[in-house]
Write a protein that binds this ligand. Structure first.
Ligand SMILES: Nc1ncnc2c1ncn2[C@@H]1O[C@H](COP(=O)(O)OP(=O)(O)OP(=O)(O)O)[C@@H](O)[C@H]1O
Length: 744
């Protein structure tokens, strides 16, 4: 008796889903500009606005809409939102959802903690639902996050809001070991939430990894992903995505780089900055304090702050992993009376995730690098954000303090500024950040430096950590871009060293050099080559300092102590902070062929070693290889080769797309037929029916938890391409390319 009921129910459900999809589609159609409707965001919600009926044809009827229920969303999404207790929309959701649901590209900006995540998760679910996306359709949406923790958080939101949908979703982030398992399953996934490095690794290494049908691309913390730190990865990713897609970019801070829209080929994007007119750039319930603290007093201040806030949940930002490690280890040994934790980009991934979850749940102090600066929600319950080291710019400040006072909760923050950094205070005020200046109460300061000195004597390891912390701090100041604020020459380094408990001030090569050059030239302006070098150092080291996707064991030789041999000195400075990254870049160059410009050939010598591209060029007349030394000849040859390959590539892609489309349609037809038959067959068992479209019902929430194979700019672990393409395969590829050249 129950079986026919369940069959009817399913049939009914399918019919209602189909008509729902048709309704949603007709609504989208009605929103196209040529239909005469006005593509606008919803006007500000009037107080006590009446809750109106959902009308799927007239966009203007959405004026006054403030609840998700009133939007033209699928029942499954609405159920998911209701189950997660999301009822009313936040401002950015009201402003962007109508546009995003219509398939428009979006540049969304809104304060931290204002609900930007749902503003892109909902359109992703809806678009795939309307397209009747199924397992055989592969990757339908890619959501990119700059950090692993944030990716994990987005994955949780997707799982909760999308739990009534049948899509499969995967979390692809670095630091996880079982990359092979990921490779096997990645093609079954419909929604990928990933960090740029891991996504690119799959694009490079996973056989048949396919995203040519992808519909929606999302960049969360878009300004960060678009900045120089991820430039290479992002460009390589974009080059492999279909041009016909919807692109959604969200961030609390819009920078110039986000207007670098050409890279993303946005189509008439809607720029929605809901808080632009707001009096403040930070959440209104956030109380912000700035204190002037001398460098040698910073740890005393921090210690005193923790000791006087033992009942609070505190997030402390420091500028490098080594500082985080030292302060964490040292304070832990002093037992302040509140649990201490630390988080930085060089921890093992499992540990990182565990620390993040523990901090969400428990009152404690978390010492962190900027790895925790963006996007993380921490269950809304961080009481204090303490910035011990000055952020690199105003945007960075806004994201850091944004870890508290999220959604409708209150929060407080304090920023320690050195006397030489007080310019930052002015910059914050100019950027509409309501900061109040407070003087520290000297009588409340509990000195910790003497305690540290005795700890360092007792624990030589800790002394080593202190030295590293000292050097990396100075270095972090040295490489900062904003020289108006950050001037390493103004720092009282001996006092600072003593404040860490160090018996002697470590020597620092780059500082000594700078002092020398300052003395000799009587000026601080660096000469051109040196300046250039520093710019480069800045780019690489910056990436490392706030590295989100880098991890592994730290390098041992980064103390940058003065060496006797000047040559060695030079090497030491590069080796210490910069070499690891450069080394990996070289490795990548050797191993990744996919991202070379189209038409660049890989040529092998007799022993199978690759020669630099274009070192040798095949002589198309004789079929032999010859050296083309004439640059014009080379350029012409290169141009032709590129054109040919581009053409061939285009044709291949077109064919492949057609093939997939046909396959998809066939599968759908089959599925439909199968289902109709099945419905007519009353005697069919439940299990038989479930196999009519086997994967459709099986929701794969795939959160692989392992691997250190993600690109690691710092340590060199898990460089892309390692071992993924055998020599034979490379040779075969090269031969194929050569043949196609010859035949053309
Ligand atoms: N419509 C809503 N109703 C209730 N709570 C919401 C709603 N939208 C979002 N939230 C909650 O607000 C908090 C902040 O949301 P979210 O993390 O999306 O902010 P954000 O704007 O992305 O912040 P950031 O800029 O820091 O990344 C979360 O705890 C989320 O659950």
């Amino acid at each position: 008796m129950r079986r026919p009921k369940s069959k009817d129910f399913r049939k009914q459900q399918r019919i209602s889903e189909e008509s729902e999809i048709e309704l949603l589609k007709s609504w989208i159609e009605s929103q196209k500009p040529e239909s005469g409707s006005n593509p606008m965001s919803l006007p500000p919600l009037p107080k006590n606005a009446p809750v109106g009926r959902v009308d799927d044809t007239a966009f203007s009827r959405y004026a006054g809409v403030g609840r998700f229920e009133q939007l033209p969303l699928s029942k499954k999404t609405k159920d998911g939102l209701r189950a997660a207790k999301f009822v009313s929309m936040t401002e950015i959701q009201r402003a962007s959802l109508p546009h995003a649901l219509c398939g428009r590209d979006i540049l969304g900006a809104a304060k931290t903690g204002s609900g930007k995540t749902l503003a892109f998760i909902i359109p992703v679910l809806e678009t795939l639902y309307r397209e009747r996306w199924g397992p055989e359709d592969g990757v339908g949406s890619i959501i990119i996050s700059p950090t692993r923790e944030l990716a994990g958080q987005l994955f949780d939101v997707l799982k909760s809001v999308g739990k009534f949908h049948n899509f499969s979703a995967g979390l692809l982030i670095g630091g996880r070991k079982d990359v092979d398992m990921e490779k096997e399953r990645v093609n079954e996934l419909n929604i990928l939430i990933c960090t740029p490095g891991r996504l690119l690794q799959h694009m490079d290494e996973t056989p048949n990894f396919e995203c040519s049908q992808m519909q929606v691309l999302v960049l969360d913390e878009a300004d960060r992903i678009l900045d120089s730190g991820f430039k290479k990865e992002l460009n390589a990713i974009i080059s492999q995505l279909p041009k016909r897609r919807q692109t959604l970019l969200f961030s609390a801070t819009q920078t110039k780089s986000i207007q670098d829209l050409a890279r993303l080929s946005l189509k008439d994007p809607e720029y929605l900055s809901v808080h632009e007119e707001s009096v403040t750039a930070t959440p209104t319930l956030l109380k912000q304090i700035v204190m002037e603290v001398a460098l040698d007093q910073k740890l005393n201040m921090l210690w005193s702050f923790i000791k006087t806030h033992l009942q609070s949940k505190i997030l402390v930002f420091l500028s490098s992993c080594k500082q985080v490690k030292f302060v964490f280890e040292a304070f832990k040994k002093l037992h302040p009376g509140i649990p201490l934790k630390c988080l930085h980009g060089r921890m093992k991934q499992e540990r990182r995730m565990a620390i993040y979850s523990e901090f969400c749940e428990k009152r404690s102090v978390l010492f962190s690098t900027d790895v925790a600066a963006r996007g993380l929600d921490f269950n809304k319950a961080v009481d204090w954000v303490v910035q011990v080291d000055c952020p690199e710019n105003v945007a960075s400040y806004i994201h850091r303090v944004g870890r508290t006072a999220r959604y409708k909760s209150v929060g407080k923050s304090v920023l320690f500024l050195l006397p030489s950094e007080m310019q930052m205070f002015e910059k914050l005020k100019a950027a509409k950040v309501p900061v109040h200046f407070n003087k520290p109460k000297k009588e409340l300061v509990q000195p910790v430096s003497t305690l540290l000195a005795s700890l360092l004597v007792k624990y030589p390891d800790l002394q080593h950590r202190a030295q590293r912390a000292f050097v990396t701090y100075l270095r972090s100041i040295h490489i900062q871009k904003d020289k108006e604020i950050f001037d390493v020459m103004k720092l009282p380094i001996d006092e600072y060293s003593a404040s860490l408990g160090l018996p002697m001030t470590p020597k620092i090569r780059f500082l000594n050099q700078k002092i020398k050059s300052k003395g000799a030239l009587a000026k601080t302006i660096l000469d051109e080559p040196q300046h250039q070098k520093e710019e480069n150092e800045l780019k690489i080291s910056q990436k490392k300092l706030d590295s989100s996707d880098s991890e592994g064991e730290e390098t041992e030789n980064d103390l940058l102590l003065a060496a006797d041999n000047p040559k060695e000195e030079g090497k030491a400075s590069e080796d210490a902070e910069i070499m690891p990254a450069t080394r990996i870049l070289k490795k990548k160059k050797l191993k990744i062929n996919v991202h070379r410009p189209l038409g660049t050939r890989v040529v092998f010598d007799d022993e199978g070693h690759t020669l630099p591209p274009l070192a040798r060029i095949a002589d198309t007349q004789s079929g032999k290889e010859s050296l083309l030394l004439d640059p014009e000849q080379k350029a012409e040859y290169y141009r032709k080769m590129r054109e040919d390959l581009k053409k061939a590539d285009k044709e291949d892609k077109l064919l492949e797309r057609q093939r997939r489309r046909e396959k998809r349609i066939k599968q759908k037809m089959k599925w439909k037929e199968g289902n109709m038959d099945e419905d007519d067959d009353v005697s069919g068992s439940e299990s038989d029916k479930a196999t009519a479209r086997p994967n459709k019902k099986s929701k794969v929430y795939f959160d692989s938890d392992s691997d250190d194979g993600e690109r690691n700019e710092v340590t060199g672990k898990g460089a892309i391409g390692a071992g993924s393409v055998s020599l034979e395969e490379q040779e075969a590829l090269a031969l194929k390319l050569l043949n196609s050249m010859h035949s053309s």
